[in-house]
Design a protein around this ligand. Structure first.
Ligand code: PPE
Length: 307
């Protein structure tokens, strides 16, 4: 994906040209990975562009900062407004939104608290995360030899840039081995999540997803899917999932802001069900896209219209 460099970026409260949104090479984040970020989507609806679960994403950004003693110097309201302003100034109908806060330029050394906290919001169009065909046909995944971080190593509930070094290992390994995505196990060997998605399994009509305690990011798409499945009278259990349950399940799908709801057609080259998108996955996808595209009633107030 190449960026359109004519866009504008929100940088510490000011709108700057795309090419001027730079930082010093001795910024703390470059050396020690000290950043927290979000991924949010804005969808084109009949009532104009609408941001999906904006407030909850921004709250998670603030929380990620809190875990790392990083005080982001803006309120939830201010960041929400800055995101809306950034979309408007870039005149985008639909886009991916990437707010990031990081420790900037001041001094080096592991101790971060003497470096300024900088905040940036960038927006750009981002199509289907795992390929155009993935939403219908599904993806092939492999269980990674890299585990998700043990609970007393790196906090998985923080969406921190440094967590994505672990994700990168899993992603590179999976692509090298011919898969589309890697699924990581947690410290206890139970299923955790993908390099950039949460995971769901359907077995005998019941939906399972690993609990927060399985070292995962508490995804907002995950939360939305649990809510939508409840509306459809489908049972969802947040339970530890052993690896082999992926092999014998009827359906598997991944969720995330970028990945949306993406079916999995094989795990470790073992076909999931018949090897194509299952009925429950399709029903959940439809319910999800109806909400985000504004074609169904927004009964949980998940959409923030920007006009
Ligand atoms: N787990 C991980 C590790 C993860 O990165 C994401 C989102 C999720 C779960 C799902 O969270 P949510 O978006 O709230 O449903 N990954 C973001 C970054 C992807 C990237 O490649 O960058 C995203 O989907 O925006």
């Amino acid at each position: 994906m190449a960026f359109d460099e004519s866009g504008k970026i929100w940088f510490n409260g000011k709108i700057v040209d795309w090419k001027d949104a730079n930082l010093h090479v001795l910024s703390h984040v470059v050396h020690y990975g000290s950043s927290v970020f979000e991924g949010i989507r804005c969808y084109s609806t009949k009532n104009g562009p609408a941001i999906f679960r904006l407030r909850e994403h921004v709250q998670r950004l603030i929380n990620s900062g809190k875990i790392y003693r990083m005080d982001i110097p803006y309120s939830v309201e201010e960041i929400c407004q800055a995101i809306i302003d950034t979309i408007k100034i870039n005149d985008l109908k639909q886009c991916y939104i990437r707010p990031v806060a990081f420790r900037g330029y001041g001094e080096l050394g592991v101790y971060p608290l003497n470096c300024p906290v900088e905040t940036v919001i960038a927006v750009w169009p981002w199509g289907k995360y795992l390929g155009e065909e993935a939403i219908e046909k599904g993806v092939d995944v492999g269980v990674s030899s890299w585990r998700r971080m043990a609970p007393d190593t790196m906090p998985n509930m923080a969406k921190a840039g440094s967590n994505y070094m672990n994700s990168q290992l899993a992603k590179m390994e999976s692509i090298t081995n011919g898969y589309d995505e890697g699924i990581m196990l947690d410290y206890h060997g139970m299923v955790s999540e993908g390099s950039g998605e949460n995971i769901f399994v359907v077995l005998d009509g019941v939906i399972y997803t690993p609990p927060i305690s399985s070292s995962l990011l508490s995804g907002l798409t995950r939360d939305s899917v649990i809510t939508l499945a409840g509306d459809m009278d489908l049972e969802v259990r947040q339970e530890q999932i052993p690896r082999e349950m992926l092999y014998i399940s009827d359906e598997v799908f991944l969720t995330g802001t970028a990945a949306e709801v993406t079916p999995v057609r094989s795990v470790d080259k073992i076909l999931v069900g018949e090897g194509f998108r299952g009925k429950i996955t399709k029903d959940i996808q439809e319910a999800f896209f109806e909400v985000v595209n504004g074609t169904n009633e927004d009964k949980y107030n998940w959409l923030t219209f920007i006009d």
